[in-house]
Write a protein that binds this ligand. Structure first.
Ligand code: XMP
Length: 329
């Protein structure tokens, strides 16, 4: 239990020591809590030597780019460059089904986008930004590579989180990870201290690889991404309308690469199955599945099947972590 004011002061000192008084840094904002808090903190330390980017990797949720950019402009006083790299990411992911490969490709593409951005910055600044700020948290660090003596039995990677294990070894940036000793609730406390808007602090976590880990198998297959966006939007809106958003750690839909038989109207259908997942947790390391009322689930299921073309079946994930992880990939 650390005092967040001390953490803030110490991290500001540390970043100034590492970066010095001349160098510049890039920070990728994801629209989530961690990167927003990391950027605000580093901005305090480096001022306008910090350059923020928001990358549309083609794996974002429904209208996310528009919504997130509007929030940055309205509520956070950081200049943010928006880069549309969706075609670049999706073409690299075409036909790839292995979850670890998908993560590695995404990590690699993010770095490629940052390196291109750094070259553009070099033209205006006269020097290339050498540092990359990441909102890595402590649970990402332990799950990707458990520290010696941590008592964790597994020495293998559970998942290579893109902001830890998925980065290419030869990348040209030095990483700054000011949150890597903190848990999510501590990051939220630090964010409150830094006056990061509440709308950010209360957002559910969203993984760096985005919808790629929620479309099982090939992300680019058929209408998978579009269907997933529509289902996810319906589910989250139902949760918000029911006043449940803040008591749930994370909720989302998953697109399954299978079809099942249904009957809609008087037609036999052979359409997609989507899964819904909602969990409660304190740190994302363990989680319990959330117990909605049957009425709530029935109403989401009806809205999804009536509202989203190509879906005739909705299932609800009743698995905790462990044995399952939060994400399906
Ligand atoms: P898992 O699926 O590992 O998820 O039980 C635990 C928490 O971490 C998020 N998550 C990620 N976040 N990059 C991220 O920035 C990733 O690659 C990644 N994978 C999972 C997940 O959404 C959950 O909150």
């Amino acid at each position: 239990d650390w005092n967040m004011e001390d953490v803030m002061e110490e991290q500001i000192r540390e970043v100034r020591r590492v970066v010095g008084t001349e160098q510049h840094a890039i920070c990728a904002l994801s629209g989530g809590v961690d990167s927003a808090v990391a950027a605000t903190l580093i901005h305090k330390a480096l001022g306008d030597r910090l350059h923020c980017v928001f990358v549309d990797n083609g794996l974002l949720r429904y209208q996310e780019r528009e919504r997130v950019m509007a929030t940055f402009e309205r509520d956070m006083h950081l200049p943010v460059t928006c880069i549309d790299a969706s075609e670049q990411f999706l073409s690299k992911l075409k036909g790839v089904t292995d979850p670890e490969k998908k993560r590695k490709i995404i990590g690699g593409e993010f770095i490629a986008v940052f390196e291109t951005f750094a070259l553009t910055m070099e033209k205006t600044l006269g020097k290339r930004p050498r540092f990359l700020v990441q909102g890595t948290l402590y649970p990402d660090v332990i799950e990707s590579c458990p520290p010696p003596g941590s008592g964790k039995k597994h020495s293998h990677t559970i998942k290579s989180h893109h902001n830890v294990g998925g980065l290419p070894k030869d990348m040209k940036f030095k990483l700054i990870e000011p949150l890597k000793w903190l848990f999510k609730d501590e990051v939220r406390a630090l964010g409150a201290l830094l006056q990061v808007p509440r709308s950010f602090l209360k957002r559910h976590p969203f993984p760096g690889p985005g919808l790629a880990v929620r479309v099982l198998g090939d992300v680019t297959a058929g209408d998978a991404l579009q269907i997933l966006r529509e289902v996810d939007e319906i589910f989250i809106n139902c949760i918000k309308e029911a006043g449940l958003y803040d008591e749930i750690w994370q909720a989302f839909a998953v697109f399954l690469p299978i079809k099942s038989v249904g009957v809609q109207g008087d037609q036999r259908t052979h359409s997609h199955v989507v899964a819904l997942r909602a969990i409660t947790s304190h740190d994302g390391m363990t989680a319990d599945w959330y117990q909605f009322t049957p009425q709530f689930l029935a109403s989401v299921s009806a809205k999804v099947c009536n509202g989203v073309r190509g879906v005739n079946r909705v299932v609800y994930d009743i698995t905790s972590k462990p044995p399952a992880t939060v994400e399906w990939e």
